[in-house]
Design a protein around this ligand. Structure first.
Ligand code: DLL
Length: 432
C-alpha cells in the first residue's frame, strides 16, 4: 500500500497541477514586481511586465536570477514580505563571497514542513516511526527542514544534529530509531562505527533519507546493505527553501518535485535556452507559493534531467534525476570534463570505501589528477606489491571512465578524515 502525505496534490492530474501553477505564478510575479525594486528592475530591463506572465507557458519571458543577484541584493534586497512577517532565517554554507540568507514567514515554514513530510511519508514514515535527524541544525537547512517534516508527519522526532557519533548510535539503539536523516557521507561513517561497535543487530533502522550532496547508486547499494535499510534521496537548496524541493519514492528512480510550490525547468547553461523534457542541462526553479523569499527562475547550477514518465508509486509530480553534479563542481582537467561522481562510481564498484579525495593541481603547465582513497582492512593486510597492482588496476578503470589518466594512491584504513555533514571531495590546488 502506498502512503501519501497530501494525495490530493501528490497524485493530482497534470491539468490540476498546471492550474495551480498558472494561478500562483501570475500572482507571485505581480507581487514581487510591485513590492521588490530589485525584481522590478530585472523585469524592466528585460522588457517584461507582470501582465505578460499569465501562465507557465510565459515563464521563459522572465529574467533568470543567479547567485550573483543574491550577493548583490544581500541581505534584504530580494525580501518580498515585511521583515516583521518573517519568523526564520537560514543561510548557505557557501565558502566563497558573501553568504546567502533566505527568509521564511510562518506560512513558508508550514509549506516547507509539508514538503519534507511528503518525503518522510514516501520513505514509509508513519506515527509509529522514530525519525533520527542527524543533519546539522542551525543556519543549514537540513536539520530543521527534516525535523519540521518529521513532526508534521506525526513521527517521534529526534533532533540529534550532526557529530558525536557514538552518542548518535547509543540513541539509535536505545530509542529504536527507524528512519535516519543525514548526508550520505555521514551515513557511511555511522554505518562504519556501528559495525565497529558490534551493534549492527541492535539497530532498528528501516529507511534513510539522504541528500545535500551528490551520491552514487553504488553508494546507495552499500548503505542499504550495511544499515539494512532502503535509502531514499532528497534534494533541495537553501535559496529555494532547503530539503524537500524534491524527494524520492519507493521506486528509487528519481525525485518527485513539489511542483505545486516550485516549477522546474532545464536550460542550456551556455545559452539559457529552455530544453525539452528528457534533455540534460542546468536545473532552474521558480517559487510560486512562498511569501518571504520567492526566487524566480533561479539557476541552481545543478546538472539534471526532468521526466514526466508515469511513476508506479502513483504520484504524478514530475521527476528529476539524481543531479549529476554541479556545473561549478565539474573539473576541467587537460580540457576534459570530469565529475567527481564518475570517480566515486569507479571506486565503489571496485569495493573501496567512500572515503576518498580528489586532488587537482597544475605542475609544469599541465593539469594533474590524483585520487586518494582509503583501503578497507582486508586490502591493507596485502603486500605492497598487491597494493601497487591494485592501484594500477584502478588507474586503468579510471582512465576508461574519464578518458584521462589519474594517479591513484591507496591509503591505510582510517587514515582519512570522516565527514559529519557535506563531505569535501575535491581539492583544486589550481585555485588556491
Ligand atoms: O543541501 C539542502 C538539503 C539539506 C538538501 C538536506 C537535502 C538534504 P544547500 O546547503 O544550499 O542546501 O546546498 C544545495 O546541494 O544545489 C546541490 O548541489 C546539492 N544537493 C542537495 N541535495 C542533493 C542531492 C542543502 N540529493 C546544493 N543530490 C544543491 C545531489 C544535492 N546534490
Amino acid at each position: 500500500m502506498q502512503n501519501y502525505h497530501q494525495p490530493e496534490i501528490e497524485c493530482a492530474s497534470p491539468e490540476e497541477i498546471r492550474k495551480i501553477q498558472d494561478e500562483r505564478l501570475a500572482a507571485t510575479v505581480k507581487r514581487v514586481y510591485d513590492n521588490v525594486p530589485y525584481y522590478k528592475k530585472l523585469m524592466d530591463d528585460k522588457g517584461v511586465t507582470p501582465g505578460d506572465v499569465k501562465s507557465v507557458d510565459d515563464l521563459y519571458k522572465l529574467p533568470f536570477v543567479s547567485k550573483s543577484d543574491l550577493r548583490d541584493a544581500y541581505p534584504y534586497g530580494l525580501l518580498a514580505a515585511p521583515l516583521s512577517d518573517c519568523v526564520r532565517i537560514h543561510s548557505t554554507s557557501g565558502t566563497t563571497g558573501k553568504r546567502v540568507v533566505a527568509f521564511y514567514t510562518q506560512n513558508d515554514i508550514n509549506l516547507w514542513d509539508d514538503c519534507c513530510a511528503r518525503a518522510i511519508v514516501a520513505a514509509g514514515g508513519t506515527t509509529d516511526d522514530v525519525v533520527h535527524v542527524s543533519y546539522g541544525y542551525g543556519l543549514f537547512t537540513g536539520g530543521m527542514g527534516l525535523h519540521g517534516g518529521a513532526q508534521r508527519a506525526g513521527c517521534l522526532t529526534l533532533p540529534m544534529s550532526s557529530g558525536n557519533t557514538e552518542r548518535q548510535i547509543q540513541f539509535m539503539t536505545d530509542l529504536g530509531s527507524t528512519i535516519l536523516c543525514c548526508t550520505p557521507s555521514y551515513a557511511e561513517y555511522l554505518a562504519e562505527t556501528i559495525q565497529e561497535m558490534g551493534l549492527r543487530d541492535q539497530i532498528r533502522l528501516k529507511a534513510g533519507i539522504f541528500g545535500a550532496e551528490a551520491w552514487s547508486e553504488e553508494m546507495r547499494e552499500r548503505l542499504e546493505a550495511n544499515l539494512g535499510i532502503k535509502a531514499y534521496d532528497i534534494y533541495g537548496l537553501t535559496e529555494i527553501i532547503g530539503p524537500g524541493v524534491s524527494f524520492e519514492c519507493s521506486e528509487q528512480t528519481g525525485m518527485h518535485v513539489n511542483e505545486d510550490h516550485f516549477i522546474p525547468e532545464i536550460i542550456n547553461p551556455e545559452t539559457g535556452e529552455v530544453l525539452p523534457e528528457g534533455e540534460k542541462g542546468e536545473l532552474v526553479f521558480t517559487c510560486i507559493s512562498k511569501e518571504a523569499f520567492p526566487l524566480l527562475r533561479y539557476r541552481t547550477r545543478d546538472i539534471c534531467i526532468l521526466s514526466r514518465k508515469k511513476c508506479a508509486c502513483g504520484r504524478t509530480l514530475i521527476k528529476m534525476a539524481k543531479p549529476m553534479g554541479r556545473s561549478d563542481d565539474m573539473l576541467i582537467i587537460r580540457g576534459v570534463n570530469v565529475f567527481p561522481s564518475q570517480i566515486e562510481t569507479v571506486l565503489l564498484a571496485y569495493g573501496l570505501s567512500a572515503n576518498y579525495q580528489i586532488i587537482v593541481d597544475r605542475i609544469n603547465h599541465s593539469d594533474t589528477l590524483e585520487v586518494c582513497v582509503e583501503m578497507n582492512p582486508e586490502m591493507f593486510s596485502d603486500s605492497v606489491k598487491v597494493i601497487e597492482s591494485r592501484e594500477k588496476e584502478l588507474m586503468e578503470k579510471l582512465k576508461n571512465m574519464l578518458g584521462i589518466a589519474a594517479k591513484v594512491t591507496l591509503k591505510a584504513p582510517k587514515s582519512m578524515s570522516r565527514s559529519e555533514g557535506k563531505a569535501v571531495r575535491v581539492i583544486d590546488k589550481r585555485k588556491i
